[in-house]
Design a protein around this ligand. Structure first.
Ligand code: ADP
Ligand code: MG
Length: 685
């Protein structure tokens, strides 16, 4: 068995289990080792009854003095017994488990594990697990991995499988040059893999994690830089005139562009007239006005006789851009055809769009990511923009190149990362930062409140709507879920019907709706035919309804700060004063502290860095911040220093061996070459 062997070769895995593992993206022995635990449980040291405190999950040692009694609450059998001394006892309660009585022998000692509550002045553990002293000793103080699961596979099964593979011991060759391991104090790879699954201690876990995070960043950057080094700059095959076309459009706008917008636009225009094709990232906080820049660049392209395309991550956003672009063309009196292309369109609609593309060499295409890559619309395409999307990678550029086309590329991102990190992560792109928000705009007023404040919030929303404005209410879930006590849009909107006046129209929006329905709801909201939109986070990216002035977020404690910041960015986009009401349904002090950061600042960069300080580098199972840049373990904010180190290491490596030709680097070269062909699949080394 080696790392490339099928998981079927592992003892105990048959065809059926294999299929289930495939659902988790696990095909080979190597894959399962890269299926890192989501978190760990750790059984606490054993306590005596007089040592427990309220709220903790404890393992309590105790002698059962009498046979437990079983009484009934209605039809439910309830088994009760006590452990401890005369004055300090812990009551143990089991529901619907009358047989427990027979398992506990009077006079014997056990360890009872569960959450300690206080009821009527007494400590109670409900449904405690029961262990013998010997049983518990094998679990005590050990980190047990908790894995992401899929239906049909248990945590136990994954644990067992990983353990079987790890004990085989013929794992991986360490692919990292040893000088880097020494310099950055990184542990050996096989050790790291073992420790990430079954840590001996918190220290070894931290050590292992650092090594694996380093690897993620190192390989990511290496992959990007290796191909960048190899790629000769593509020549700019398009002719753009130097004229005042965009200036004339700008002079017709109802507002002044900010200085930052002007600078970014100048960068774009210069690039498109330069010797090589543009590869530029426009980074700007929510509401900094990136859409108009995209429009101007595309209008410039059309003016010069070429087609351009903008790709949005969601249907909702694509449709919205389409509306915006059509309106802008009308306002400016431009005769540029705007063509929509999205997955939810009927075959006939799509055909009409493709016909339009053939007919109009200067069309502006607005669509979702997938569609634009699919068909041959590359003939006259001179500019491709991705909005609010994952980095537009090497791979996509390759797709264009394969079709014989090298368009200018513009990536627009609202992810607030410091410039130093941006340079590392977007190392293959030039960067313009839009670090100014339009001056006239009033800062959003924020508050973080508990659920008791809801009636007031609803009253406030009603007032705003009476003044002609609109509101969003965000819930984390689509519908009720058994074991999660969180708000869901389905029930919430029903509740709201009884609260808001009948003449208010309420809308519901969530990701499980058909695209057509989503569009209908979103349009109704855009045209103020719906006043309150109860939605999941699908509105998070990019949506622009400047008339909306209230953003109310339920279970705000459940969202990452960056995500909350994005959500809040849906308001404060027009001239009117806007408000963000964050409902914190938890009692947790940390949650309150985190939300306070948002309460006090509207600046994305500031929020990201404060959040990092608060969490500290030890807290690595917190909420992920970087929605856009996902790594299996690494977090670009929290692990910023590791990212920096990995970047240095890559630079040094490629300086000394740009082709990765040396024998010692052969597996690294295999990695980047393989990655090129299969960018979706993680590859083991
Ligand atoms: P984002 O950068 O988040 O994509 P948008 O491009 O959607 O932001 O712009 C948000 C709102 O600000 C839009 O309604 C847009 O018309 C408006 N806007 C853009 N630039 C300016 C400006 N310079 N002055 C005033 N309003 C602006
Ligand atoms: Mg936007």
């Amino acid at each position: 068995m080696n790392r490339d062997s099928s998981i079927q070769e592992i003892k105990g895995i048959g065809a059926k289990t294999e299929e289930l593992f495939h659902k988790l993206g696990v095909y080979t022995v190597g894959d399962i080792l890269l299926h890192y635990p989501r978190t760990y449980v750790r059984y606490p040291n054993v306590k005596r009854a007089n040592e427990v405190t309220e709220g903790e999950t404890a393992a309590v040692f105790g002698r059962v003095l009498k046979t437990p009694v079983v009484h009934r609450a209605g039809r439910m059998p309830v088994t009760v017994t006590n452990i401890g001394e005369e004055d300090v006892t812990v009551e143990l309660v089991w529901f619907r488990m009358p047989y427990i009585k027979n398992n506990l022998k009077p006079g014997s000692t056990y360890i009872f594990y569960g959450k300690v509550q206080k009821k009527n002045g007494r400590f109670v553990i409900e449904q405690p697990a029961i262990y013998s002293k010997e049983q518990y000793a094998t679990m005590e103080d050990v980190f047990l991995p908790v894995y992401a699961l899929t239906g049909g596979i248990s945590n136990h099964q994954i644990t067992k499988t990983v353990r079987a593979v790890i004990s085989d011991d013929s794992l991986f060759r360490d692919h990292l040059p040893s000088e880097f391991r020494d310099r950055y104090q990184l542990c050996e790879y096989n050790y790291a893999i073992k420790q990430i699954h079954f840590p001996d201690s918190m220290d070894t876990l931290i050590t292992a994690r650092k090594r694996l995070v380093f690897d993620e960043f190192f390989l990511f950057i290496l992959n990007m830089q290796y191909h960048r080094e190899k790629r000769v700059q593509e020549e700019n095959g398009f002719e753009f005139q130097d004229d005042s076309f965009t200036e004339e459009l700008i002079s017709q706008l109802p507002y002044e562009l900010t200085g930052a917008q002007r600078r970014a636009l100048a960068d774009i225009k210069r690039d498109m007239r330069g010797p090589y094709v543009m590869q530029r990232l426009i980074q700007g906080d929510v509401g900094s006005g990136k859409t108009i820049l995209a429009f101007l660049a595309m209008a410039d392209t059309a003016h010069n006789g070429y087609q351009s395309a903008i790709m949005a991550p969601t249907e909702v956003l694509a449709r919205q851009h389409y509306e915006t672009y059509t309106r802008l063309c009308e306002q400016f009196g431009l005769k540029i055809p705007v063509v929509l292309l999205t997955g939810s369109m009927t075959a006939r609609q799509k055909r009409m769009s493709y016909e339009a593309l053939e007919l109009y060499p200067n069309a502006m295409v607005v669509g979702t990511h997938a569609l634009i890559q699919e068909k041959a619309l590359y003939d006259n395409l001179a500019l491709v923009i991705t909005d609010e999307q994952h980095r537009f990678g090497v791979r996509q550029r390759e797709t264009f190149a394969e079709k014989g086309s090298h368009p200018h590329i513009l990536v627009m991102s609202a992810t607030p990362i410091p410039r130093t990190l941006a340079i590392i992560i977007y190392g293959d792109l030039d960067i313009s930062v839009v670090d100014e928000v339009p001056a006239k705009r009033l800062p959003i007023k924020n508050c973080v409140v508990n659920t008791g404040y809801r009636p007031k919030a609803y009253e406030f929303i009603e007032q705003e709507i009476r003044q002609g404005h609109q509101a969003y209410i965000i819930c984390p879930l689509v519908e009720e879920t058994e074991n999660l006590d969180l708000e869901n849009v389905t029930d919430y909107v029903k509740k709201m019907r009884g609260i808001f006046p009948e003449e208010f129209e309420l809308g519901v929006l969530h990701g499980q709706m058909k695209p057509e329905m989503k569009n209908r709801v979103m349009n109704a909201f855009l045209e103020n035919r719906v006043q309150v939109l109860v939605s999941t986070t699908v509105v998070e990216v990019g949506v622009n309804v400047p008339n909306a002035t209230v953003m109310m977020i339920e279970n705000a404690e459940r969202f990452g700060l960056a995500q909350l910041h994005q959500l809040r960015g849906r308001v404060g986009r027009g001239d009117a004063q806007s408000y963000c009401i964050m409902i914190n349904a938890s009692q947790s002090k940390t949650a309150q502290k985190r939300l306070d950061i948002l309460n006090q600042s509207n600046d994305g960069f500031h929020i990201a860095s404060e959040d990092l300080k608060l969490r500290g580098p030890g807290d690595f199972f917190g909420i992920r911040q970087s929605g856009e840049l996902q790594f299996a373990l690494g977090d670009i904010y929290q692990d910023a220093s590791v990212l920096q180190e990995a970047s240095e290491a890559v630079k040094e490596l490629l300086a000394s061996d740009p082709e990765l030709a040396e024998e010692e680097h052969r597996n690294l070269r295999d990695y980047v070459e393989h990655h090129m062909k299969n960018p979706e699949k993680q590859m083991n080394l």
